[in-house]
Design a protein around this ligand. Structure first.
Ligand code: G3P
Length: 218
């Protein structure tokens, strides 16, 4: 499973990229607003930090303007992925951009049929929003399973399932069990993945015993 981090916080991305475990980054207009910085500058900085795809979302709602915005975003760096909303206009832009060799991430996916359309439009990634479905009393993980089953039925569909709106480590584990290709994870949740109290306790005991030996490896 690939790990993307879902943030526009460049310092966080730099820190996480240093682990070597980061395969890409996703941003959205809300995350850009939260950063308080200029969109194009932030995307350029992230693209220089992470070799993998960096999703930058268009803000137009009609295909023609989406394509103009995408042209600007694509000029920033070769690893920019154009993020488009799951609307007819977004799908039309997806088809045109994918045919032109762009990497497209179709976002705001809340149904298996929407994911099927994104795949037919040539999207490199589709982003089902797990947490937002959970928030309204549905099981977001069921959607990941449905999309996985449908895509597996049609091996010619090459779109990767990018599990998004992840809120906690169990979401990551469940998405991995189903076989989602990618999880885009908020930095705090990514950091939580390594945590286990027995790991901390075990390490503490090993180090205490090691100290008793009076030895040093170096
Ligand atoms: O980037 C899209 C998605 O991950 C947003 O998550 O927590 O705002 O639902 P959230």
């Amino acid at each position: 499973m690939k790990f993307f981090v879902d943030t526009a916080d460049v310092a966080e991305i730099a820190d996480l990229a240093a682990t070597g475990l980061l395969d890409g980054v996703t941003t959205n207009p809300s995350l850009i607003a939260k950063s308080g910085r200029k969109f194009l500058d932030v995307i350029a900085e992230i693209c220089a930090l992470v070799p993998g795809p960096v999703s930058a979302e268009v803000t137009a709602t009609d295909t023609a303007t989406m394509l103009k915005e995408a042209a600007v975003l694509r000029k920033i760096a070769a690893n920019v992925a154009i993020k488009l909303p799951l609307t007819w206009d977004g799908l039309k832009a997806c088809k045109a951009l994918s045919d032109d060799g762009a990497t497209v991430n179709v976002t705001l996916c809340f149904s298996a049929n929407q994911a099927l359309l994104a795949a037919k439009a040539g999207a490199a990634y589709v982003s089902p929003f797990i947490g937002r479905l959970d928030d309204q009393g549905q099981d977001g993980m069921e959607l990941i399973q449905e999309i996985k089953d449908i895509y597996d039925n049609y091996p010619d569909l090459e779109t990767e399932i990018l599990a998004a709106s992840i809120r906690h480590p169990i979401h990551v584990m469940q998405a991995a069990l189903i076989g989602a290709d990618v999880a885009t994870v908020p930095p705090a949740v990514l950091r939580q993945l390594v945590k286990h109290p027995l790991t901390d306790k075990g390490l503490e005991a090993f180090l205490a015993d090691w100290k008793k030996t009076g030895q040093s490896i170096l």
